[in-house]
Design a protein around this ligand. Sequence first.
Ligand SMILES: *Cc1c(COP(=O)(O)O)cnc(C)c1O
Length: 455
Amino acid sequence: MSGYASDNGMYMPMEIPKLSEETLKSWANLSYKDIVKEISKLFIEDEIPAEKICELIDAGFETFKDPSSPIVTKTLAEDVKLLEMFHGKTLAFKDLSMCCTAQFINYFLDQSNSSATLLIATSGDTGSSALHAMSSIERVDIIVLLPKDRISQVQERQMTSVVSDNCHVIRADGTSDDTDVPLRKAFLDGELVKKHKLGTLNSVNWSRMMVQIAHHVYAYFEGKRTNPETDTVVFIPTGGLGNATAGCIAREMGLPIQMVCAVTNDALHRAVYNCDYSVTELTVSLASAMNLQVIYNFERILYLLSDMDTSLVKKIQEDYQERNKSTIPETLVNKLKEFMRVTKVTDEDIIETIKRCADENGGYVICPHTASALSAAYSLEALKDHNAVIYAAASPAKFSDALERAGVQWTGRNLAEELAAKEVRYTDWEASDDWLQKLLELLDTIHARRSAHSK
Ligand SMILES: *Cc1c(COP(=O)(O)O)cnc(C)c1O
């Protein structure tokens, strides 16, 4: 349930299962949901019986618009495939991994007849996805820290409008990198973690990572359906590298995909092209869920690139965490560059791409994150020589400001109006407050309530 081990490193499997060519061939026509099941079985069949895994995954996807096909594929001009990953409850791709993870967590808590408290710092979509997935799971309390005034109104309302006694939404006056600090400190305290059974549902959560591996396997087959003879390149809108790291694991398993990470902040770009792994000033772009300088999951990519050299990863990460700056050996980034490229995207690129996509595709509207990925594809020379697959990360309905700026017509759901009608509940934490102290107080309150209930 926790992404971080008590030595401050991130959890990773000690062995990555391999997908043989035969296995891949035999999966070519599976549905996305079946691929999630196959991937999960490879990793956790020793912990949850296979049949139960399938049951839990089916239950998770019940919340989707069409539970039998959670992902909808569109074909755009120039044979570009676009995977709409946003047909879950909160209209962002995180619902895909979150709904399964919620089921897995509930399963383990049921088995041990216990409860847990999950802590989440969110840059926009993780929080609402987690709240919606967990609000009906009684064994779980969930605390979400959202960066006040730094995400869209719709995103904020999607969280504050989850009114349930096990959901605790905090509007903290800081960036999403700031809100991560007290959480990371809490996880370092082994006693505290044990007492409250602390876990997280951030992209550092291993289960979410595992489910996301399936995105890439499915994308690979969707790409191959365009042209079986050419490479498949996936275009990923990237922030904390959750989805991208899952892609690297898929690669390690033997999936022959090429990846392009679209970024609005340059942290990953500097790491890959300058070996400079550091935190600099945040660029606040229209793609709010990508506004991060701390690329959390990069540690996991380093682990894969270094052939699981944990002492090397530890050394790099210690530098990074102590001085916000570290250097990556060139041999490692060279391995990464064999299959990953990073493209920096500006707000102008995003606006231009939203417009161009609507113009060329009969008024089809995309969100700013999706636009960053599509912009990276448009900037690729000889786009037609590849099977390009774009990850459409969120519904445009969540980002009306950007759509207005691009001057495109949105005729879908009016979320702002739907959400404005709902009751809200939240607590504000000021920039000057001691957030760790506030967090500890809240944990005690939750603990006291649970103890009273169980008496
Ligand atoms: C979370 C999110 C991202 C960034 O995803 P990572 O996997 O953390 O890099 C991009 N776009 C949207 C819409 C998101 O919700």
